[in-house]
Design a protein around this ligand. Structure first.
Ligand code: SF4
Ligand code: SF4
Length: 446
């Protein structure tokens, strides 16, 4: 099995649906269950459901391979029931491979954040991941759909990760899910979808809730974790809420929180039994000295899902940003997460507090952009790509090419440091290395 892990490592596969954790590290273990995360719970994004439909057989076969690698008896696709064609394709593939005893489809309701790893594991296995823990602590490994597909191409064709599927949607002429070389810029994406239909416009990198508004559009380049690009009018309420300055959030937390508890009542981590109660954090910061955040360690448990501020709070406050600030303060003060409870009991009302995806769409007036974004897999030629040497969690890759050097698509250009968490980076187009420093390699097509 070491050969499989080595292939995944050398191909530079990282988590394509989240922060980019190197996949070879995640799979170099023993587990009872592997869950393929196909929940795609952020509204408007389409990548995972489309890949499940298009590559069902490849995904099922690769899941079977990975189950053998980690010794798992059971595999699941966790996917929303509403993604009907994808569900049908997966079931057909499972049946045709004779794997219906070992690989099952778990149908999720349409709620947010069904794709949060801890939520997904609890939904499917009934096991609650300890506070501050990872799914492996309850015998489970979770992989994203596109990650699984990248493993398929690595194992069967020796293909490194050089391309990314990205849903480009919102206020654009032709919303689509594009397969593009890593490192292409925003203009490249927008040209392929016929440009924007509003001006001035803002860009969210990711989904409406967890995605970040891109501050400098000229410095955006597709990475291994880019999942969606959403264009909205610059004055759209969601953009204004996301752009609210941290200082404003902190000030408002002190002055305007009415302690209604709405944020805690729908917090997905609280609903798993974690000691995270954002209304208490909002109260505490009024009294505690923020320069010493040690009394506010429950913020470590926040997943930044965005439900508290972008859905629940009637006062427009942001416990999420406050938690983000506190996490940063605590790390700077070298405070470690003390919350590691394992005996979690999700409250009985959890089921009734789940937030339907369509309510989020209504809340932010996104219905007119909740449209099909057809999958386009044509070979798209880019003139230039800018490849970050850190598209993953861990240490940046070390550049192994020089300025002026000719490179071929798929060639290793950044090597993961030995004995350190990291991932290889490969050229996503053939061309000449136009520039190279410790953080980015730019390749120009010839
Ligand atoms: S962002 Fe808010 S709702 Fe989400 S986990 Fe953090 S505190 Fe809970
Ligand atoms: S929902 Fe808003 S007002 Fe209510 S407790 Fe939470 S932060 Fe305070």
């Amino acid at each position: 099995m070491g050969g499989i892990i080595d292939s995944i490592r050398s191909s530079g596969v990282v988590g394509a649906g989240g922060a980019g954790f190197p996949t070879h590290v995640k799979l170099d273990t023993n587990a009872e269950v592997i869950i393929v995360n196909a929940a795609e719970c952020e509204p408007l994004l389409r990548v995972d459901q489309q890949l499940c439909q298009r590559y069902a057989l490849e995904l099922v076969r690769t899941l079977k391979t990975l189950m053998a690698v980690v010794g798992a008896e059971q595999g699941y696709f966790g996917i929303k029931k509403k993604y009907g064609p994808a569900v049908t394709a997966l079931q057909k593939a499972i049946d045709s491979e004779g794997l219906s005893n070992n690989i099952k489809i778990f149908l999720l309701k349409d709620f947010y954040p069904a794709g949060d790893e801890q939520v997904l594991v609890y939904e499917i296995t009934g096991r609650a991941v300890p506070e501050g823990g990872i799914p492996l602590m309850v015998g489970t490994v979770v992989v994203n759909v596109e990650t699984l597909l990248n493993i398929y191409f690595a194992l069967n064709f020796n293909n490194p990760v050089t391309e990314k599927y990205v849903t480009v949607t919102g206020a654009v002429s032709r919303p689509q899910t594009l397969k593009v070389p890593l490192g292409v810029n925003l203009s490249f994406l927008l040209e392929l979808v016929g440009g924007t239909t509003v001006f001035p416009f803002a860009v969210i990198d990711g989904g409406p809730l967890m995605g970040n508004v891109i501050k400098d559009k000229d410095k955006f380049f597709v990475t291994k974790t880019t999942k969606g690009i959403i264009i909205l009018p610059e004055d759209h309420p969601l953009i204004l809420a996301k752009n609210q300055a941290l200082q404003v959030s902190l000030h408002q937390a002190r002055s305007a929180c009415c302690q209604c508890v709405a944020c805690t009542e729908i917090c997905p981590r609280f609903l798993l039994g974690h000691n995270l109660q954002p209304h208490k954090t909002m109260l505490s910061i009024s009294y505690l000295n923020l320069a010493s955040a040690k009394g506010l360690t429950q913020s470590f448990l926040c997943s930044q899902c965005g439900l508290c501020d972008l859905y629940a709070c009637p006062m427009g406050l942001s416990p999420r940003k406050v938690n983000q600030f506190l996490q940063q303060q605590l790390r700077e003060q070298k405070v470690k997460n003390p919350h590691q409870r394992k005996d979690l009991t999700p409250p009985s009302f959890r089921e009734y507090r789940k937030v339907p995806g369509k309510r989020i769409i209504e809340r932010w007036g996104l219905a007119k952009w909740d449209v099909e974004s057809p999958l386009k897999e044509d070979s798209l030629k880019a003139q230039e790509v800018s490849l970050s040497l850190k598209q993953h969690i861990g240490a940046p890759a070390i550049p192994v090419v020089e300025k002026g050097e000719k490179v071929e698509k798929g060639q290793l250009i950044g090597k993961a440091p030995e004995n350190t968490l990291g991932a290889n980076i490969h050229a996503s187009i053939s061309g000449i290395v136009k520039s190279r420093d410790e953080s980015v390699i730019v390749i120009q097509s010839i």
